[in-house]
Design a protein around this ligand. Structure first.
Ligand code: SAM
Length: 266
C-alpha cells in the first residue's frame, strides 16, 4: 500500500516512512492520522476538512444514514430519482455490482483497484471477493461511511480503507488498473477535477467505470431530484466531457434514469 501513496498536498511519491506517523517527508504536511481500520489522509493543515456544501453530503456524514444506507436509503432514493427501471431491471444493488465488476474487466488485469466514494462498501466487498489476490482500496470522505465499511469489509484481507477527498487523490500517477465510482458524481463540487484525478491515478489501459443519474423517466422523479439539488448527467454530455479530458472508448447503458458508463485511459 505504501508504494502507491502520494502526499495529497505536494503530490510527492512515497511520502511516509510508515503508516503510524503520517507526516510527509517532502513538504512536512501532517495528515489526520490512522486508526486501526481507516487510513485517514485528510490534509488537516492544508486544504483542511472538506466543507460540506450539499444537504445530501451532510447526510452522508451521519452514522444512522451510513448504517441504513445499503438496505434502505440507497434503494429508496435510486427508485425515486431514477425510476423503477434502475434497480428492477438488474435486481437492485446486486445487479449494479455485477455490471460494474464486469465493466472493470477484473479478470484481465492485475489491479490494484480503487473503489472511489465507496460508501459502506458494497462494491469494494464485491471487488475483493472477485479479485482475492489484488489490493482493493475503498476511499470515501465520510468517517461514518468508512466506519460501516470497515465493519462490513473486515473479512477481506485485501481491502484497505482510506479517508480522502476525491478532488485530491493521495495516490501516485498510474497507481491503479481500474477505478470504480458508483453513484457519487452528483455529490462532487467539481466533477471535472475528479475526472482529471481519476485519469491521473489510472495506468495506461486502465478502466474507469462509473454510474450516476441521467434524466429521470417520471415527472415525480424529476421534481424530487430538482428539489434535492441532484445534478444529472446526460450520456452525450458525459461522453464529450470524458473524451476532452483524455479518456477513450466511451460506452454506457441506461437503466431507467440511471446511467452506467465505462471508459479507458489510452
Ligand atoms: C450516494 S453515495 C454512493 C456510495 C457507494 N458508492 C454506493 O454506490 O453505494 C456517495 C458517496 O460519495 C461520498 N463523497 C461525496 N463527496 C466526496 C468527496 N469529495 N470525496 C470522496 N467521497 C465523497 C459520500 O461520502 C458518499 O459515501
Amino acid at each position: 500500500m505504501l508504494s502507491i501513496l502520494a502526499c495529497p498536498r505536494c503530490r510527492s511519491a512515497t511520502p511516509f516512512a510508515d503508516l503510524r506517523r503520517l507526516r510527509c517527508k517532502s513538504c512536512g504536511a501532517e495528515l489526520s492520522g490512522s486508526n486501526p481500520t481507516v487510513l485517514d489522509l485528510i490534509d488537516v493543515q492544508g486544504a483542511g476538512e472538506v466543507t460540506t456544501t450539499s444537504t445530501e453530503q451532510r447526510l452522508m456524514q451521519s452514522d444512522l444514514v451510513a448504517r441504513i444506507y445499503e438496505r434502505m436509503w440507497r434503494p429508496t432514493f435510486v427508485r425515486l430519482f431514477a425510476g423503477k427501471g434502475a434497480g428492477a431491471a438488474v435486481g437492485g444493488i446486486a445487479g449494479e455490482v455485477f455490471i460494474h465488476k464486469h465493466g472493470l474487466s477484473l479478470d484481465d488485469r492485475p489491479g490494484p483497484w480503487l473503489d472511489l466514494s465507496c460508501g459502506p462498501g458494497a462494491f469494494a466487498r464485491a471487488l475483493a471477493a472477485a479479485a482475492p489476490g489484488a489490493l482493493i482500496v475503498g476511499l470515501d470522505i465520510s468517517k461514518a461511511m468508512l466506519d460501516v465499511s470497515a465493519q462490513r469489509t473486515g473479512g477481506y484481507t485485501n481491502v484497505v480503507l482510506v479517508r480522502a477527498d476525491a478532488h485530491a487523490l493521495p495516490f501516485i500517477d498510474g497507481a491503479f488498473g481500474g477505478v470504480n465510482n458508483a453513484g457519487a458524481l452528483h455529490a462532487y463540487d467539481d466533477p471535472e477535477l475528479v475526472f482529471r484525478e481519476i485519469r491521473r491515478v489510472l495506468r495506461p489501459g486502465g478502466i474507469y467505470v462509473g454510474s450516476t443519474f441521467a434524466e429521470a423517466p417520471s415527472l415525480l422523479g424529476r421534481i424530487a431530484a430538482r428539489a434535492a439539488g441532484i445534478r444529472r448527467f446526460e450520456p452525450a454530455e458525459l461522453r464529450a466531457w470524458l473524451q476532452r479530458i483524455g479518456f477513450a472508448d466511451y460506452e454506457d447503458v441506461r437503466l431507467g434514469g440511471s446511467l452506467v458508463f465505462r471508459v479507458r485511459r489510452p
